[in-house]
Design a protein around this ligand. Structure first.
Ligand SMILES: *[C@@H]1O[C@H](CO)[C@@H](O)[C@H](O)[C@H]1NC(C)=O
Ligand SMILES: *[C@@H]1O[C@H](CO)[C@@H](O)[C@H](O)[C@H]1NC(C)=O
Ligand SMILES: *[C@@H]1O[C@H](CO)[C@@H](O)[C@H](O)[C@H]1NC(C)=O
Ligand SMILES: *[C@@H]1O[C@H](CO)[C@@H](O)[C@H](O)[C@H]1NC(C)=O
Length: 291
């Protein structure tokens, strides 16, 4: 191995050690911020293992062998743009529609051309509750016709944006913001990405008889109905409905009038010890400098 490779590897290892240390920090609210703000790539192998650790594979999706790293980007409660990495814990407000979807490693997916279109869904695997998910899966969003952009992600320069051209925007299921009831456990929400069979370039999923019912959505039946291969990428986040008056794991006290979160249920003093935001930014800067 070249000496410079050693140095790079060393830098990468210390960067990840730093990340580990910081991630293990038990100060409330820190983990989510860092997972969002590092804006560092996650390998497909890590996506795979995080889905397995979360139990989503095999409880919800029988198997996931992602070809691409699939990311969503959201606005954090403190107003920062953040990257959703698999397993991020969000507040209800942060779980609003991502302002950007992006992918890395697209050349590893089979049967992709520049004209390939994609479909994306969001589902709640733990509806209405984690203990009794009798509406699994609850579909919160489904749209086809996503297209690869030549523009890179605003958060991750190695990722290409996916966008939905206005002329082709025809979501089969309009986005319904996650709003799990308080004290119904930790809900896992999954975004997944599939390549779109060409028959849906000119018609929506009703041409194969897909139902608009959003509850009790069976993924295996649906894939067969639409003629889909396995997901080429997927990511997930959770909302802890036991935290923050049911509004999820908030990284900050919401003191701004009109700020997200949907109301004054935030317990007084929650997350009062959250360290300055600058800490996470400094860490992100350190990581960038090491790259
Ligand atoms: C390429 O995709 C396959 C699944 O199609 C996956 O098993 C493999 O890990 C991917 N390789 C990389 C480098 O992501
Ligand atoms: C590749 O794509 C074409 C057209 O989109 C489709 O007919 C074919 O079945 C696909 N092949 C595989 C292996 O997915
Ligand atoms: C989903 O199906 C199960 C079992 O068939 C049923 O008990 C449940 O009420 C259904 N849930 C909804 C929301 O339709
Ligand atoms: C894709 O866009 C076309 C219009 O260009 C539209 O007719 C079709 O329904 C769309 N398909 C999906 C799955 O959204």
């Amino acid at each position: 191995m070249l000496p410079s490779m050693h140095r790079l590897l060393g830098a990468a290892l210390s960067a990840s050690a730093l990340l580990q240390t910081a991630t293990a920090d038990d100060r409330p609210g820190l983990n989510r911020r860092q997972s969002g703000l590092n804006a560092a790539s996650v390998s497909t192998a890590d996506f795979k293992s995080r889905f397995e650790e979360s139990g989503i594979v095999p409880e919800v999706i029988a198997a996931l062998d992602p070809a691409v790293s699939f990311y969503a980007a959201y606005q954090s409660d403190s107003g920062q743009d953040a990257l959703l990495v698999p397993g991020s814990s969000l507040t209800v407000a942060e779980a609003n529609f991502p302002f950007e979807f992006s992918v890395e490693n697209l050349n590893n997916a089979t049967n992709i051309t520049s004209t390939t279109r994609y479909l994306i869904y969001l589902l709640d695997a733990d509806a209405p509750s984690r203990d009794d998910p009798n509406a699994r899966n609850l579909r919160h969003y489904l749209a086809g016709n996503y297209t690869i952009s030549s523009t890179t992600s605003s958060l991750l320069p190695t990722a290409q944006r996916l966008f939905l051209p206005t002329a082709n925007a025809n979501p089969f299921t309009q986005f319904q913001p996650p709003a799990p009831a308080p004290n119904t456990g930790v809900h896992r929400f999954v975004y997944a990405l599939y390549t779109q069979p060409p028959n849906f370039n000119t018609a929506n999923f009703d041409i194969v008889g897909m139902s608009t019912e959003t509850s009790n959505w069976s993924l295996p039946d649906w894939r067969m109905q639409l003629g889909l291969g396995p997901a080429i990428g997927a990511t997930f986040f959770s909302i802890d409905t036991g935290a923050n008056g049911g509004q999820g794991t908030s990284g900050n006290v919401d003191t701004q009038a009109g700020g997200g979160g949907g109301g004054g249920a935030t317990p007084a003093g929650a997350d009062a010890n959250v360290p300055p935001y600058a800490y996470a930014l400094a860490l992100a800067g350190t990581l960038l400098a090491l790259m």
